[in-house]
Write a protein that binds this ligand. Structure first.
Ligand SMILES: N[C@@H](CCC(=O)N[C@@H](CS)C(=O)NCC(=O)O)C(=O)O
Length: 216
């Protein structure tokens, strides 16, 4: 059955799913939802019928609709197991998930568009304070990930072991977000080495924001 991905070129959560789809060699139709145009297409009734959370990404396969990038990646993993995003034994998989969730639960939500808009609009914060907020939460998460990559990378090119996993799928899009706010990544040499390698892989390169059909 064909796959449709509701996406926005600059969305790092959608970027994760694009990488996972590419890694598994799956073709899909992109349905762009512009997060800023016209008050945000993600908040319109037609998209809320797809994802009541009003967030991208969402995956559609026939009648089946699914939001949340990590739930989508795990659905792809369970239905198309090769190549695995969650390899190894129970401890390996739990460790990979812990690194992926460090990005998806503890860094990214604090940098999300609607959170930053709330800081600006409801709390009256200036742009410098909003950028400082974003950098603070990315830095805090990256300090931990730098240590975890040191513990778990098998080759200095992957977050865990010596093959791409869900942790890598989450890391690179967050590094792109960090670059957008010009966060200095020099304090995170292991994380940088992993990111550089991941960027060289075709599945990651084809998922980059600037090569998406809706890129501006
Ligand atoms: N936890 C969700 C986060 C999704 C999310 O925050 N998406 C952002 C783009 S990266 C979004 O749609 N933001 C729109 C908004 O905040 O209104 C996931 O992993 O899918």
């Amino acid at each position: 059955m064909s796959l449709k991905l509701y996406t926005f070129w600059r969305s790092s959560a959608a970027f994760r799913v694009r990488i996972a789809l590419n890694l598994k060699g799956l073709s899909y139709e992109s349905v762009p939802k512009h997060l800023l145009r016209d008050g945000g297409e993600q908040s319109k009734a037609d998209y809320l019928a797809v994802n009541p959370q009003g967030l991208v990404p969402a995956l559609q396969e026939g009648e089946f609709l699914l939001g949340q990038s990590l739930a989508i990646c795990e659905y792809l993993e369970e239905t198309r197991p090769q190549p695995p995003l969650l390899p190894g034994n129970a401890r390996d998989r739990a460790t990979i998930r812990s690194m992926a969730l460090a990005v998806a639960c503890d860094i990214h939500p604090l940098n999300n568009l609607s959170v930053l808009q709330y800081l600006r609009r409801e709390l009256g914060q200036e742009e410098a304070a909003v950028t400082g907020w974003t950098c603070h939460w990315i830095t805090r998460g990256f300090v931990a990930l730098e240590e975890l990559i040191g513990r778990h990378s098998g080759d200095g090119r992957h977050c865990f072991g010596s093959a791409v996993t869900l942790a890598d799928v989450c890391l690179l899009p967050q590094v792109f977000n960090a670059r957008r706010v010009q966060l200095d990544l020099a304090p995170f040499p292991r994380l940088l080495a992993v990111s550089r390698y991941l960027e060289s892989l075709p599945a990651f390169a084809a998922a980059r924001p600037e090569v998406q059909p809706d890129a501006e």
